[in-house]
Structure formats: structure tokens, C-alpha cells
Write a protein that binds this ligand. Structure first.
Ligand code: ATP
Length: 461
């Protein structure tokens, strides 16, 4: 397990404007977080990288952005109304609710939300002696019941009867299935092809916890790849490898990733693997699911909507319901993995340490910070402003930083993960060194002096 603690990551995220607890001034709200100024930059950079890899770098994938609210029947067809349940038990002493499969997992008893109520009650009964209420410590719980995770809204319900509940999305991917026919009819896409989407999901998680790992609102980045029935195997292996390689390409260390194959498959799935990440404090757990879903999704929507969702091969006129290979990752878990992986505490001599986020420069929320050596010297500030304006035009994500002494600024930028700090000092103003600046490298902490005219190229490289 990683030596970094989850609490260190949470603290850095708050301290440096990456993640704030949701509704912070009201004392927070369980399972909700806000992305701060540097968090949203990192999040957007991750989304861009994911989109590039899954849409632009492929020649048979297209993108989509479907509405969050959907016809209520969508969630009946998908199985979420009937079966999107987590096993819940309530402490008889303090009424705290636990998610039983996760509590069993914590004492190394294999259980998951797909088990029948009977099966999980049996496991729970066998292990009750070892499960304590995390709030009051009592061991007396109710029997296990399935708790539906869908979040209802009253959209369009002007009578207040709640007869036609419109749900928030329990998963983002349903929009892709609903638009399969639209995409086939309006784009050159021919099977095999994929649709990619980043969208919000909401789940009434029984015990949201572990920071961004389990929240009640989150974003998912999904791809659904449509293939001819039984022509799934080769594509599935390739997709699995692609997703693994993408994590390496964004700088995740391979030692912190591993594969986990599901033993307990849902009845329609042909295969299911997770990419797991070694999260600080939590250890290895799910980052992304890669599932071979056969024709279940389109068959269900065909049945419930009455619309023919079969694909007709333009070359052979053969008609069939395509099989689907899905990849789905929560952006919050991706964010947590990337920050944790880049987090280092280094000795810098004299008993001092620095915390640094060694993010890949393309992911870094701030590409370069610009500082006048002293903020009360107008001539330094004016020159630094010139450099700042020039770099901001080029890179956008540039930060003006004149707060505290230079050492403090470097510490701050290291924690934000800024690859370069540019300092304008008195030598920048006159003599042989006029129009030169110092550039400090985040990872090596080395400083070089260079002409302002060469800065943009140097940083871009
Ligand atoms: P878990 O078993 O951890 O509850 P899951 O198997 O239900 O997750 P999926 O429904 O397959 O998850 O969702 C796909 C991805 O969405 C997951 O791999 C994960 O990255 C992310 N995800 C799911 N639930 C949450 C959540 N409550 N908070 C943050 N991310 C989530």
C-alpha cells in the first residue's frame, strides 16, 4: 500500500484550492464536493486527455452529450428501478446505516451488491460477531435489506403526486444506448464503432466516504463499443489494453495499478474486469470498470420502447442487436488516483521537507507562475507584468504570485504542481542580463537564467 495517507491528500486539496467540501459554510453535506480553481483545471485537463484518447485518437469513435433527465421508463428498462440496490443494515442502537457488502469486505469476506438478499443475509449472520457499528461500536443490526440508489426528482410533476418520478441518472451511459439509433442514422459510424461521453451520475450511497472515492454526485467518463454478436473477444482485449496504457500515459505508475476480474457476473455479462488503483490508506480498489455486456442494454430498450434498435449491416443487409463493450470510470476516482500518484514529500536538507505534485505538465492546473522578486518595487512589478501578459496569452493557465517570500512561493507552486516558476529580479532590468529571467524547474528545483524572448518556447517544450 502507498505510504501517503488519504488525509494528507484531502488536506492538500483543501489547502491549495483543489477540492472543497460541498456546502462548506453550512458545515458540509455528506458525499458532495466542489472542485476549486486548481481542481477544475486539473479535472478539465483530465477530461481533455481522456477525450483525445477515446475520440480524436480513434477513427471509429464519436462523442455525445445527452440530457441528464430521461424518460422514467429508461431506468425501468435498464434494471435500475428494480435492481439498483445496495445491501443496507441499520444499527439498532444509534440507527447508523452500514453498507453490508463493504463491511464484510473489510473483514475479508467476499460479498457484493449483486448477491441476493438471502445470500448476503446468510453471510452477514455468519459474521455479525465481527462487525461493529462505526459510529457507536454496537454489534446489534437489523437484517439486511436492498436499498435503491436512484435519486428521484419532481421534474414535470406539477400535481405533487410523485406518480411519474423522473430520476437523476444513476449512471451516465444510458444516454449512449438511447442515442445508438440516432448516431447510426446521422453519422458515418458503422459497426464496429464506439460512442464516448462524459456525464454526471447521482447515487444515494448509503455511506459516502473516503473523499472522492465514494460520493453521491460524480462524473463518469464512458465508452460503449458496438460490435457484431460474438465478435467481442478481440475488441475487448484491445480496449482493456488501451485503457491500461492510457493510465500510464497520464503518468500513473504501473506498480499502483492492477487488474481484477469479477467472479460474480450479472446474468447478462460475458466478462467483467476492473482496473484497480492502490489508493492512499484504502489500498487497491476499483478505478474503472471494463465490461462485456452482450446485447442486454439495446435489447432492454428495444423491449421497453417498442423501437427496433437492430443494426442493419449496409454491406450484407444482415440485421442484429449489437453487443456492447463498456468502459466506465468516475472522474473523482481518476482525479484522486492522479493526485495521489503525483504526491511526493522530499527532504530538502536542514531537516526541511517540501511537498510536491509531480503532475505531467499537460495535466498541471497552472503551467507557469510569474513573480516579481519584491512586490513593493514598481519597476520589478512592471517588468513581471509584461512577462506575465506574454505567457498568459500563450498558455492561459498562468498564475501571478507575489505573496510571501520567494521560498514560500516555490513551496506553494510545488504543492499546486506548477512545472515552472519565473522570477523577475533586478538583473532582469539592466546590464548584460537585461531582459533575462530565472526559471525554476519544479521537479529538479534547478534554476536557469534565460532571455525573455526564449521563455515561451522553453516552457512549451
Ligand atoms: P462500487 O462497487 O465501488 O460501488 P460500481 O461497480 O457500482 O462501484 P459502476 O457502476 O461500474 O461502479 O460505475 C463505474 C465507475 O464509476 C466506477 O468504476 C467508479 O470509478 C465510478 N463510481 C461508481 N460509484 C461511484 C461513487 N459513488 N463515487 C465516485 N465514483 C463512483
Amino acid at each position: 500500500m502507498s505510504e501517503v495517507k488519504l488525509e494528507d491528500i484531502v488536506s492538500l486539496c483543501k489547502r491549495r484550492g483543489f477540492i472543497y467540501p460541498g456546502s462548506d459554510i453550512y458545515g458540509g453535506e455528506a458525499g458532495l464536493y466542489d472542485f476549486g480553481p486548481y481542481g477544475v483545471e486539473l479535472l478539465n485537463n483530465l477530461k481533455r486527455s481522456w477525450w483525445r484518447a477515446n475520440v480524436y485518437d480513434k477513427d471509429n469513435y464519436v462523442g455525445l452529450d445527452s440530457a441528464m433527465f430521461k424518460h422514467p421508463k429508461v431506468w425501468e428498462a435498464s434494471g435500475h428501478v428494480g435492481g439498483f440496490n445496495d445491501p443496507l443494515a441499520e444499527c439498532k442502537n444509534c440507527h447508523h446505516r452500514i453498507r453490508v457488502d463493504k463491511e464484510l469486505g473489510a473483514i475479508s469476506v467476499t460479498a457484493d451488491e449483486k448477491m441476493s438478499e438471502e445470500e448476503i443475509n446468510r453471510l452477514f449472520d455468519e459474521n455479525r460477531a465481527h462487525i461493529k457499528c462505526p459510529v457507536c461500536g454496537h454489534k446489534d443490526f437489523t437484517d439486511v435489506k436492498g436499498f435503491n440508489l436512484l435519486v428521484k426528482s419532481n421534474l414535470g410533476d406539477f400535481t405533487g403526486t410523485g406518480e411519474r418520478p423522473v430520476y437523476l441518472p444513476g449512471e451516465a451511459c444510458q444516454g449512449i444506448y438511447l442515442n445508438f439509433k440516432n448516431v447510426v442514422d446521422t453519422t458515418p459510424s458503422k459497426i464496429p464503432f464506439g460512442i464516448a461521453q462524459i456525464g454526471k451520475a447521482f447515487r444515494n450511497e448509503i455511506s459516502p466516504r473516503n473523499f472522492l472515492f465514494r460520493t453521491r454526485e460524480f462524473e463518469q467518463a464512458d465508452t460503449q463499443y458496438f460490435v457484431k454478436p460474438h465478435e467481442n473477444k478481440e475488441a475487448y482485449d484491445r480496449i482493456k489494453q488501451d485503457r491500461w496504457n492510457w493510465y500510464l500515459s497520464i503518468g500513473i505508475q504501473e506498480k499502483n495499478l492492477r487488474w481484477h476480474q469479477h467472479e460474480n457476473l450479472v446474468f447478462y455479462a460475458s466478462d467483467a474486469w476492473d482496473i484497480e488503483y492502490d489508493y492512499p490508506t484504502l489500498g487497491f480498489d476499483e478505478l474503472e470498470g471494463i465490461h462485456d455486456r452482450t446485447d442486454y442494454d439495446l435489447s432492454q430498450h428495444m423491449k421497453f420502447s417498442g423501437v427496433d434498435l437492430q443494426y442493419q449491416d449496409p454491406a450484407t443487409n444482415e440485421k442484429y442487436i449489437p453487443w456492447i463493450l463498456e468502459t466506465s470510470v468516475g472522474l473523482g476516482r481518476m482525479f484522486l488516483a492522479v493526485i495521489s500518484d503525483a504526491y511526493y514529500v522530499e527532504n530538502i536538507g536542514e531537516g526541511q521537507t517540501r511537498t510536491v505534485l509531480k503532475l505531467k505538465p499537460e495535466l498541471a492546473p497552472v503551467k507557469v507562475a510569474v513573480s516579481p522578486l519584491l512586490k513593493n518595487k514598481p519597476e520589478l512589478v512592471a517588468k513581471a507584468r509584461e512577462v506575465y501578459d506574454m505567457l498568459k496569452k500563450e498558455f492561459g493557465a498562468v498564475m501571478w504570485d507575489d505573496n510571501g517570500n520567494i521560498g514560500k512561493r516555490y513551496r506553494r507552486q510545488d504543492e499546486i504542481g506548477t512545472p515552472y516558476c519565473v522570477v523577475i529580479d533586478f538583473d532582469s532590468l539592466e546590464g548584460e542580463t537585461k531582459d533575462t529571467v530565472t526559471v525554476r524547474n519544479r521537479d529538479t528545483t534547478e534554476q536557469v537564467r534565460m532571455p525573455v524572448a526564449e521563455l515561451t518556447d522553453y516552457i512549451a517544450k
